[in-house]
Ligand binder design. Structure first.
Ligand code: NDP
Length: 416
């Protein structure tokens, strides 16, 4: 199925730009979460935190509750939730995965910020979309796993999906006032990660510590490893397809080590637009929260002379097979992106725990993608309630099977 057509310059509803925005921040204790709170802190007249959610880091969460005084919080880890509730933090504490879903279903916020890591973000985001909320989305895995279902639902409920990912924020900004037919191609930039210039023969010896040292961005552990394998850019190709209604064949990747140009759009007349800025996630977060308005708040300003030269290279697919694997999963469609994502999440966890080599990550993803039956490429329907329920069940089964397969293979150590 083709991605849905998007109206890029969708105006906010009347009066929205000068209203106070109530925010539910899911993933508040992580890198995007903390940056989002910094943006909110700088605009108390515009933004208010009414709900927070995290997994287990209750020390940070308790400090955030004291500062931002949300009406309710949700903690996925049930022991951590109990511990936080016993401290009487001054707001309601919901617990477990069900608690996160319940919080996302409450009518106590206007904008849902999706900043959880991985598949954990899927259920609360689905809940928020079903309620027609505005979605500021960092959690790309959610769109990778079920972009077809979520964008179809968002179209029906009127939920706006605004990207936080810097590349997609750049594209979103380039497309304001443009029509889908005028796009020739989208070019996503990638820093290339810490191993861009490392010879391929040395990849098998890459340690988690080395892979966690990203040259440009300070991010959570999972996305940092994804950036080192370039799987992150592959996820972003699929994310762009669903966000902008563009086929994968029109989405390309270029390596840009300086991370100053956040992405390009080329139009049918050959004109190319780009968005530039210093690598600081607060800028795309602020844009996602306020757009189409731009708030008068700057972070580090770009100095073109000191940032030069700006370089661009073609990605080396033989060194970074995860990029091609992701494109293949996106082209196969159906459950393949879900399988790719689940296998990768599990493989990255195994790599971080020292159980598999860096080079085994793509091998395990490939094995998981070879396993499913032909029905895996069938599209994920979302027209009726019954279809949504059936699609969710298919997604859960495919996710679990891919994780199980990687765990099983990782246990038997593949030779690279
Ligand atoms: P972090 O690892 O820093 O933070 C993840 C957040 O999710 C934490 O609040 C964590 O809670 C919570 N969390 C993790 N697992 C679960 C779970 N099972 N249930 C509920 N909550 C959970 O990640 P990032 O902030 O770096 O990334 C978040 C998302 O944003 C990812 O999808 C990533 O791809 C995307 N992104 C990130 C960018 C960045 O610059 N960091 C840039 C672009 C996109 P706790 O701390 O309590 O464990």
């Amino acid at each position: 199925m083709q991605p849905s057509q998007t109206q890029y310059s969708k105006p906010r509803k009347a009066g929205d730009t000068d209203t106070h925005v109530r925010i539910a921040l899911f993933g508040s204790t992580g890198s995007i979460g903390v940056n989002t709170l910094d943006v909110v802190r700088r605009h108390p007249e515009r933004f208010e935190i009414t709900a927070l959610a995290a997994n287990r880091n209750i020390e940070i969460l308790a400090r955030q509750i004291a500062e931002f005084q949300p009406k309710a919080v949700a903690v996925a880890n049930t022991d951590a939730a109990t511990e936080l509730a016993l401290c009487k933090p001054g707001c309601e504490v919901l617990s477990g995965e069900e608690g996160l879903r319940e919080l996302a279903s409450r009518d106590i916020y206007d904008t849902f910020v999706g900043a959880l890591t991985g598949f954990a973000g899927f259920a609360p985001t689905l809940e928020a979309i079903q309620r027609g909320k505005r979605i500021a989305l960092a959690n790309k895995e959610t769109l990778v796993v079920a972009g077809e279902l979520l964008t179809a639902l968002a179209g029906r409920t009127g939920s706006d999906l605004i990207p936080i990912d810097s590349e997609h924020s750049a594209i979103h900004q380039c497309l304001v006032g443009e029509s889908p037919e005028s796009i020739r191609r989208i070019i996503l930039t990638a820093s290339g990660g810490p191993f861009r210039t490392l010879p391929k023969e040395l990849f098998a010896g890459i340690t988690p510590d080395a892979a966690l040292k990203h040259p440009k961005w300070k991010m959570g552990r999972k996305i940092t490893i994804d950036s080192a394998t370039l799987l992150n850019k592959g996820l972003e190709i699929i994310e762009a397809k669903w966000l902008f209604g563009i086929p994968l064949s029109k989405i390309e990747v270029v390596i840009h080590p300086q991370s100053i140009v956040h992405s390009f759009v080329e139009f049918v007349d050959g004109s190319v637009k780009a968005q530039l800025g210093m690598p600081d996630m607060r800028l795309p977060i602020q844009y996602a929260l306020a757009s189409p308005e731009r708030l008068d708040q700057t972070y580090d300003l770009l100095n073109l002379v000191s940032s030069s030269p700006l370089e661009f290279f073609a990605p080396e697919l033989d060194k970074f097979p995860c990029l091609a694997l992701a494109r293949e999963a996106g082209e196969r469609g159906g459950l393949y992106p879900c399988i790719l994502n689940a296998a990768n999440e599990e493989a990255v966890a195994q790599f971080l725990e020292g159980r598999i080599a860096f080079t085994e990550i793509p091998i395990l993803i490939r094995s998981a993608m070879e396993a499913p039956s032909a029905e895996a490429s069938e599209s994920i329907e979302a027209c009726t309630e019954m279809e949504i329920t059936q699609s969710l069940e298919r997604i859960r089964i495919a996710d679990t099977a891919a994780r199980d397969m990687v765990q099983h293979h990782a246990g038997s150590r593949i030779t690279v």
